[in-house]
Design a protein around this ligand. Structure first.
Ligand code: PLP
Ligand code: TYF
Length: 394
């Protein structure tokens, strides 16, 4: 029967990972998949995660099922981290999911169940998995302008004009911080204007927050999510712990549904449980439990925050060094945007041909849309990348 299956395009980011591994050259630079790497190229297990795992190994006496929406203590802890009391807890339905991707998937399914004809407004560009999952679910998506190719910042006027076209029953998908793939973000004044449009149109915001703590700091990175979630009647938030806890493979995420009243919250909570049951029953627990232990223990939390802050500032340092080196080589400020961008990624803003040229000539692997993982750089490779960018005539 399976001969009827069609060929499926592989995810370009994951294909790039394999191509990098297969490249026999000694000097090569991996700026592909979005995982944090330290100066030696390793993605370490964070200290607080190790400590919590150790404690868990010693104290956990059962691995019996949790609940369909996971352990409520995890929901409480992550809601605290993301929203910090900005929204009353009794208005929030929540379900643990396999990673942030699982939260995104369940959010789309919740929207489709509620409104089969909902249109989802997505930034152009956005994380390719948003588009792929929406398309798989047969949901309509409407791109809104986001990246200004000239300044490499946000095309704010274009964005506002486009999301104004949303109607009640539509959803506007926003990146809470550290936009993937561009690295270009709204400031708080601009977020306020986006919120005004959401209130005017009656469209429901859905916020994907996968990099809290990677941009301007844990609180700063959540500020926009808190502003929006506390000001609209309904809002979906898909949060991932993959990056900020470094627990990628543990598949740890949470979907939050801010509901307009207690009845709606109950329906949302029951529907989230229903959706989890249809798709996988119980969500993974190991990563969620570690996150809960870390967030609820003063010492573990402080150590996690300190290490996350090192990760964040090291990426900021790399950004600045790259921007400085490019300024030196080009004699111009046209790469200053690299220091303004936030999070793991920056979109260089060049053609797939030039991306291929840098890969062929200098062993530099970035995604074809010219997205670079800044954490893939170090003091030795920054000059190599800067030289390649100038030699490619970018
Ligand atoms: N959303 C965005 C924008 C992402 O970049 C990612 C990937 O890191 C995710 C969600 C979810 O990742 P994960 O499923 O690994 O938690
Ligand atoms: O954009 C990235 O690189 C990360 C990791 O199917 C990722 O978000 C990439 C592809 C994918 C899932 C996660």
């Amino acid at each position: 029967m399976f001969e009827t299956l069609e060929d499926r395009p592989v995810d370009g980011i994951l294909r790039l990972m394999q191509e990098y591994r297969d490249d026999p050259r000694e000097v090569k630079i991996d700026l592909g998949v979005g995982v944090y790497k330290d100066a030696t190229g390793l993605t370490p297990v964070m200290r607080a995660v190790k400590a919590a795992e150790h404690q868990l190994w010693e104290t956990q006496d059962s691995k019996v099922y949790t609940g369909l929406t996971g352990d409520p203590a995890f929901a409480d802890a992550l809601i605290g981290l993301v929203l910090d009391g900005a929204v009353p807890r009794e208005k929030i339905a929540a379900a643990a999911t396999p990673g942030g991707t699982g939260a995104v998937r369940q959010a789309f399914e919740l929207i489709r169940l509620a409104r089969p004809d909902a249109r989802v407004f997505v930034s152009d560009p956005t994380w390719p998995n948003h588009l792929s999952i929406l398309s798989y679910l047969g949901m309509e998506m409407i791109p809104y302008r986001y990246f200004d190719e000239e300044s490499r910042g946000v095309d704010f006027d274009g964005m506002i004009a486009d999301i104004r076209k949303a109607k009640p029953g539509d959803v506007v998908l926003l990146h809470g911080c550290c936009h993937n793939p561009t690295g270009a973000n709204l400031n708080m004044t601009e977020w306020q204007a986006v919120l005004d449009v959401l209130l005017e149109t009656g469209a429901v915001p859905m916020i994907d927050i996968a990099y809290q703590g990677f941009g301007d700091g844990l609180e700063e990175d959540a500020a926009a999510t808190r502003l929006v979630a506390s000001s609209v009647p309904e809002c979906l938030i898909a949060a991932s712990c993959s990056k900020n806890f470094g627990i990628y493979r543990e598949r740890t995420g949470l979907l939050m549904a801010i509901s307009s009243n207690a009845d709606a919250r109950k329906r949302n909570q029951d529907t989230l449980a229903f959706l989890n049951r249809q798709n996988f029953s119980f969500p993974p627990d190991h990563g969620a439990r570690l996150v809960t232990m870390i967030l609820n223990d003063d010492a573990l939390r402080a150590d996690w925050m300190a290490e996350l802050e090192e990760v964040r500032t090291s990426m900021l340092g790399l950004r600045q060094q790259l921007a400085d080196e490019l300024q030196r080589l080009s004699g111009s400020d046209r790469f200053g945007f690299l220091a303004q961008h936030r999070g793991m990624f920056s979109r260089l803003g060049t053609t797939p041909e030039k991306v291929a040229e840098m890969r062929r000539d200098s062993g530099i692997y970035m995604v074809a849309d010219s997205r670079m993982n800044i954490a893939g750089l170090n003091a030795q490779t920054i000059p190599v990348l800067a030289r390649a960018i100038i030699d490619a005539g970018i």
